[in-house]
Ligand binder design. Structure first.
Ligand SMILES: *Cc1c(COP(=O)(O)O)cnc(C)c1O
Length: 409
């Protein structure tokens, strides 16, 4: 019997599709272990866990077999083809109740009281709140800045030796601007900082940051990894058996951010078709981007696959494709954008991403209402900017709907 998640020779697509058989009844899919606790066959068996000698499942907050199986699958995808210092990297995953619970566990595992995080100012909104609202209350500082200028990043690190974590989101939401892993990780190491990357937008199908020596990858697996919009979950991936990953697991144990095995089962099913979906998301996104680029009502299209995108070249250097997310600016601004969205029939108006159907949202009136207007505009998010998570439907239906909504608004 193959044990695909421990078999480094399998292709990326096979790692997605195949499940390790995790119990003696030979279930083809991992069962949902709907149990809070696990009976100990003997005192010695229980002791082995509590003394840290074996990773037995003893209580579902600390580890549930369904959760472990899916976290290990995501870890094996992040590890695919990643060779560090001549060796295949060994990664480990932990499954969380949401992307935010994964992000808070990962970032807090890296920091002690008095230490701080350095991050780009155009972060996912709630991550921004975590750093700016929650961190200071617990004695951790935040240093948010424009990540465009590497010299300025180095200045910050030099001036603030308390910074111990550099946090990166690339491609960034919703402009798809990318930041260079190689240079940023180099600087982080030079100043003795951990690096953590939010890989939600790209997924390991398009980007595997461990290749560049980062310490942790976090996911909102609510999005492309689950791929069907069926629930909320998150994953943290790190190098196996390191003291850092042990701290992540401790955060999970103490703060209780473990995900439900039912969500783990849904995520596992979604992962099976990840490569097919991502290919199709990308094909459709490229066609929609080209259509919008030629459209007279649109002033700007942000898609990594377009040659004029400022990160087109960088994305080719550090990614395996351009992804399924794009945004575009409607010339006439705020009111026209609102009318346009209200005229959509086929596409869905909502703020999430990574589902089979196409989702549109308007950052200026939705995801970014709490960002001061000046900061929003300087981050490239104008009043007429629309973000699209391009789905896997027939491209004609997407194009027809957007065309009719543009001309009727
Ligand atoms: C959605 C999202 C999150 C938060 O994830 P939840 O599962 O909603 O908690 C974090 N980062 C990015 C980039 C996201 O898109």
């Amino acid at each position: 019997m193959t044990q695909p998640n421990s078999n480094n020779r399998l292709t990326f697509a096979s790692r997605c599709a195949k499940d390790a058989v995790i119990e003696s009844l030979n279930g083809h899919l991992p069962p949902i272990y709907a149990t809070s606790t696990f009976a100990y066959p003997s005192v010695e068996w229980g002791q082995d866990y509590f003394y840290g000698k074996k990773d037995n499942s003893v209580y579902s907050r600390m580890g549930n077999p369904t959760n472990k199986a899916v976290a290990q699958k995501v870890a094996s995808l992040e590890a695919f083809d990643v060779i560090l210092e001549g060796k295949e990297i060994e990664l480990q995953g932990a499954f969380f109740s949401s992307g935010m619970s994964a992000i808070s566990a990962a970032t807090m595992a890296c920091l002690d009281k008095g230490e701080g995080v350095l991050a780009q100012s155009n972060l996912y909104g709630t991550t921004n709140e975590l750093f700016q609202v929650l961190f200071p209350r617990y004695g951790m500082s935040n240093h948010l800045m424009d990540f465009d200028d590497l010299n300025k990043i180095e200045e910050q690190l030099k001036e603030n030796p308390n910074i111990k974590l550099v946090y990166i989101e690339t491609p960034a939401n919703p402009t798809l601007k990318c930041y260079p892993f190689e240079e940023i990780v180099f600087l982080a190491k030079k100043y003795d900082c951990y690096t953590a990357v939010d890989n939600t937008f790209a997924t390991p199908y398009f980007q595997r940051p461990f290749q560049f020596g980062v310490d942790l990858v976090v996911h909102s697996s609510t999005k492309f990894l689950n791929g069907h919009g069926t629930g909320i979950s998150g994953v943290v991936i790190g190098q196996k058996d390191t003291s850092l990953f042990k701290k992540v697991k401790d955060q999970q144990k103490i703060l209780g951010g473990n995900g439900s095995p039912f969500e783990a089962f849904n995520l596992n099913n979604g992962l099976k078709s990840l490569p097919l979906r991502m290919q199709r998301h990308e094909e459709n996104a490229l066609q929609l981007a080209q259509f919008l680029d030629d459209h007279s009502a649109i002033s700007k299209v942000n898609y990594l696959g377009l040659k004029h995108h400022e990160s087109h070249e960088l994305s080719q250097k550090q990614m395996f494709g351009f992804g399924g997310m794009l945004s575009f600016e409607i010339k006439e601004g705020y009111e026209k954008s609102v009318n346009f969205l209200n005229k959509l029939n086929f596409c869905t108006l909502t703020a999430s991403l990574g589902t089979p159907d196409t989702l549109l949202q308007h950052p200026a009136s939705m995801s970014h209402v709490n960002v001061p207007k000046e900061q929003r505009i300087s981050n490239g998010i104008g009043d007429g900017l629309i973000r699209v998570s391009v789905g896997i439907e027939g491209i004609e239906d997407i194009l027809n709907d957007i065309e009719q909504a543009l001309s009727n608004s």
